[in-house]
Design a binder for this molecule. Structure first.
Ligand code: PMV
Ligand code: MG
Length: 329
């Protein structure tokens, strides 16, 4: 019997770059533009992703490395050799061959884990999925905060406080996997409910950016002052969103955006600048999302007519609306 599983995509709301430092918070939102997989037992391993025009088995292949390493980790987690299966992945996270920048690498790891868990009839919690996916990425030397995994594993709006990834990566090389998976890593993942009536909009610049390159470019600019300001902005924004404080949300989200544009000129590109400027005069606030340098920006809009105005302005500016969701308190 073929089983089908899904994952969502994610967008950073606030806390980018700061969250790379252990203990710093960020807020993330899920969007239902993600990936789907089908999986079934097979005679031999057969992996296929619609991002590539060929499939593979478990023979190492650079395009399929992320999936193959996820399979190897799952096998180590099970503690027994896997039976062969066919895994087919389709992604909605790209347009015309360009990635949208909504978390495809984290999504593919979580998707493969969900698919294998389904096949083996294992009921993995969101937290277990987060840890397993984090172990895959840490073993690869990923330089991100793993906030994307937290959001996609929980499939919810989350407050995420990062952990010391270097320490867990060291544990993974020296200690049995089961021990590492049950240790205290020191992160916080808190699902959150918005207590506001608001439209959440995602605009795409059409310019793909590589987060790990931006992180390498920007990281030396991160100062203790930036971290302190980011923490109080994110904590305040969490309070405002969950308490329904519209003015607080507008002020703090704008502040989160300004912190990023002041951090490094590579973050807010001219297209992202236009995306933000388009809210002028509207009951709305927008900022770049994630590493910046292209990809997406987000907006919160407090008036339905203003949402349409913003979408029209974005279109004039070459910004494509890829997602819109209305929250009703
Ligand atoms: O561009 P994205 O969505 O991959 O976000 C990157 C966010 C950073 O804080 C810059 C890096 C990270 O992994 O947290
Ligand atoms: Mg990005």
């Amino acid at each position: 019997m073929t089983r089908t599983v899904h994952t969502c995509g994610k967008l950073y709301l606030a806390g980018e770059y700061a969250v790379l430092t252990a203990g710093q918070p960020a807020l993330l939102a899920p969007i239902p533009i993600g990936m789907t997989a089908t999986i079934d037992w097979a005679e031999a391993f057969a992996l296929r992703s619609d991002l590539f025009d060929y499939g593979v088995d478990l023979t190492p292949d650079s395009n399929y490395a992320l999936i193959q390493e996820t399979i190897a980790l799952f096998e180590a987690y099970l503690g027994q050799p896997l039976h062969p299966f066919a895994l087919t992945i389709t992604s909605q996270m790209a347009r015309d061959g360009r990635k949208l920048g909504i978390g495809s690498s984290g999504a593919v790891v979580l998707l493969a884990l969900r698919a294998m868990a389904e096949l083996y009839a294992l009921d993995l919690s969101a937290d277990q999925l987060f840890r397993l996916a984090a172990a895959v990425l840490l073993k690869r030397g990923d330089n991100g905060s793993l906030g994307d995994l937290a959001c996609i594993a929980y499939g919810d709006w989350v407050y995420y406080q990062s952990f010391d990834r270097q320490q867990v990566a060291d544990w993974l090389t020296h200690q049995p996997l089961a021990e590492v998976l049950s240790a205290d890593w020191g992160y916080v993942i808190k699902p959150m409910n918005l207590a506001l009536t608001v439209d959440f909009l995602v605009g795409w610049t059409g310019q793909p950016a590589i987060s790990s390159d931006l992180v390498n470019q920007v990281k030396s600019a991160i100062t203790p002052d930036f971290l302190a300001a980011s923490r109080s902005t994110v904590d305040g924004l969490y309070q405002a969103l969950t308490a329904g404080d519209k003015i607080g949300v507008m002020t703090l989200l704008a502040q989160a955006g300004q912190l990023l544009s002041a951090l490094h000129p590579a973050i807010v590109t001219p297209a992202l600048e236009r995306l933000c400027q388009a809210t002028t005069g509207l009951s709305a606030v927008a900022k770049s999302s994630g590493a910046g340098g292209g990809d997406c920006g987000i907006a919160l809009v407090f008036d339905e007519t203003d949402s349409q105005t913003l979408i029209d302005r974005w279109e004039e500016q070459g910004i494509q609306l890829i997602y819109k969701e209305r929250f009703d308190e």
